[in-house]
Design a protein around this ligand. Sequence first.
Ligand SMILES: [Zn+2]
Ligand SMILES: [Zn+2]
Ligand SMILES: [Zn+2]
Length: 383
Amino acid sequence: MYHHSPRRSLLISGVIIAVMVAAGLFLFRDVPMLRFIMGLFSLGLLINLRRECSVRIWVNWPYIVYEYHSIFRHFREYIEPWRISGLNPDIVSMWRGNISERLVMEVGDRELVVSPFYSGYDPGENLIVETLRSLPGSRQQAEEKLAEEHRIDHPEEHPEEEPEVVEVWGFLEMGIQCPRCEGPVAVNGPYTALVCPHCSAGIDMQPSIWADLLEDVPQEIAEDCEEGYGGKSTIWGTYNTELFYGRMKPYCEECKRDYDLENDPVKDGRITCPDCGSTRSLQVPPEWWKSIFSDASMIIGAGESSDESNLEGDPLKGPVVFTCTKCGAAVKLDGSSRDLKCEHCDGEIHIPDDLWLRFHPAVKKKRWFVGYRWVPDTEEDDE
Ligand SMILES: [Zn+2]
Ligand SMILES: [Zn+2]
Ligand SMILES: [Zn+2]
């Protein structure tokens, strides 16, 4: 609230006029010239009083209320703060180096007087200048400020807003390098242990390794990838890892139709494509995996290792004749076990990698889909 009151100058002018009129009437009644001069002077002061005004300005959201009172005019105006285009001192007169200024507020193409005698040193005037300059510069800012104030004043009408949650489907295609034989090993699901198809080495995929590999993936899929797009990365961590990921709804591998998760039949952990009848695995990820992947709720297409179309080459059927490395006898192998004993010399036989791979072709890297909910970070990024 700012109030410019002309009381003091009104009082001074009033007293001077009264004294002059009285003097003119009673003291100088015999000196007409002096009476005439005093009359003129009083008239001048009276005219000057026209400029005297009382101005009150206060904020009544979303308006600035401007109230003007003078001897001749009186009005009140409601002004939207963003319509105020300027607040400037305006020179009224200059006399012998004395500048007489008034402070005016520009609203559209109008000028409203804030202070008819502007000093620039008056704390009240400085305060109104600061207040008006700190007001929102646009309607949008004003509305935000208004909404913010309403939230603070009426918390009951503004229950905590739920953060916006996005339902995201992403896909992963992942392969690591066997730490023993350096052969490629597909990672086609949320598994904590893998077996190298080449050298049969057990490969540890404990949750902390997964956490390192997939650290930023849920966020990148949700925030940086458009539907149908993705990224590739090579990670030189515990295992050399090739990762291809992106944003994509799960679809039938045979006919490429998107699954309708509401309606497509799900039975025994498999979802069936109603168009072509093919099925894919559908599972709830294990708890440890959920905690790594943004509380993922569903995985489609993981595993599938038994499917022959997903193998690198056809598996070798039937026995193979193998020469015992110790005694040279012919031994028949059927691939059911890797380590066996020679029927002739009782020596140990270990089926070498390339032959073992013929019996048990490696599983190909496969695309599997992860459904999860993503809560976008509402905090400002420091980027
Ligand atoms: Zn290996
Ligand atoms: Zn299909
Ligand atoms: Zn032998």
